[in-house]
Design a protein around this ligand. Structure first.
Ligand SMILES: [Cu+2]
Length: 356
């Protein structure tokens, strides 16, 4: 039987108390033995801790890894105290929509789900979440690039909305990758990330994953532990029940692909006399100029290829365009002249904006 994961605001009092009851049983197991793999602390450590996990961030395993984490956690909830908990599922937090009262769904302020330390200052939700789900059709741009890929790392859903929500909107334990899953809001927050991936998969015809045979660390002893094992939610026994507001939000037709033509290909022009190589021997930065934009071009695509950057530390790449021109970055209008900052955050904090 396919079980439904529901919006936490739509749970009946009984459903909510069954969920918290199951969570409390997992917490109690950790009180007795912190290393009990069926306890809450161990499950949270799968995400937080380099010893048994940790999670994947900044690559195409981000979404499958978190789907696996929630899946196995949900199995434990269901097995916690059957038959009462047999049908418990992780309720999702629809953070696409502002709550009618308060900053978080009311349940997260109540017993069993409240966690002190969250950022309570009113804040805006990320404005671009919906457009990423409905408008981005490239899997790697949406969900992340294979590890070591020279063309990119973070997908847009993770790099933008996900990271912003963790660090600034929610805050507290959730602001730190090493603590995040200690706050039970993590499971509902990532439930919604998973919902958006599921929605994206359906909109885009379930494209095959990249890195399909990659092992998802922390789950190697489980039968299902590869990226390809975590593609279809229904194959894992669950699906998402949409509220009317969610149905309305996703009722956006997929735009037809824009016809593009290549107007010209020119190399970036180095602004230093000796050229790039010589320039970088002497200092830590260099500058280029764009070739003039063709009169016939509706838009100019600048693709940086064969860019080798230090993998160990941070770096940034600034691209400036004249302020009178409209700049797009990943489909979004950028109003400031500073167009693009590529960065690699410090290794320990995947969603810290380390190199800003
Ligand atoms: Cu996360």
């Amino acid at each position: 039987m396919i079980k439904q994961r529901k919006d936490i605001n739509t749970l009946s009092a009984g459903e909510l108390s069954d969920y918290i009851h199951a969570l409390d049983i997992l917490r109690a197991r950790s009180e007795i033995d912190e290393d009990d793999p069926t306890g809450y602390a161990f499950q949270a450590a799968l995400h937080n801790d380099g010893f048994v996990g940790p999670c994947e961030h900044g690559n195409d395993q981000f979404l499958p890894w978190h789907r696996a984490h929630l899946y196995y956690f949900e199995q434990l909830l269901q097995g916690a105290d059957p038959p009462r908990t047999a049908n418990v599922t992780i309720p999702y937090w629809d953070w696409l929509h502002r709550e009618t009262s308060g900053k978080f769904p009311a349940a997260f302020g109540g017993p069993g789900l409240f966690k002190p330390g969250r950022n309570v200052v009113a804040a805006d939700l990320p404005p671009d979440t919906l457009i990423i789900v409905t408008g981005e059709m490239d899997w790697n741009e949406f969900g992340g690039y294979p590890k070591g890929s020279p063309t990119g790392d973070y997908g847009r859903l993770e790099d933008g909305p996900h990271n912003d929500m963790h660090g600034s909107y929610i805050g507290g334990d959730m602001a730190s990758p090493n603590l995040a899953a200690r706050d039970a809001i993590y499971f509902s927050f990532h439930g919604f990330i998973d919902l958006m991936w599921s929605e994206w998969q359906q909109r885009n015809g379930m494209p095959p994953p990249t890195s399909p045979t990659a092992d998802l660390r922390g789950f190697l002893t489980q039968t299902l532990h590869k990226v390809q094992d975590f593609q279809r939610t229904t194959g894992l026994g669950y699906e998402y029940e949409y509220t009317d507001q969610l149905k309305a939000a996703f009722a956006v037709t997929v735009p037809a692909p824009v016809k593009r033509s290549l107007v010209g290909t020119e190399r970036l022009r180095s602004l230093s006399e000796g050229g790039l190589e010589a320039d970088l021997q002497e200092k830590e930065w260099t500058q280029f100029a764009f070739p003039p934009v063709s009169e016939r071009a509706m838009a100019t695509m600048v693709r940086l290829q064969d860019l080798r950057v230090p993998r160990g530390g941070s770096y940034k790449l600034n691209v400036y365009v004249p302020p009178q021109q409209r700049a797009l970055h990943q489909g979004r209008v950028v109003r400031r002249p500073l167009l693009r900052r590529l960065r690699r955050p410090v290794a320990d904090a995947p969603w810290a904006r380390g190199a800003r």
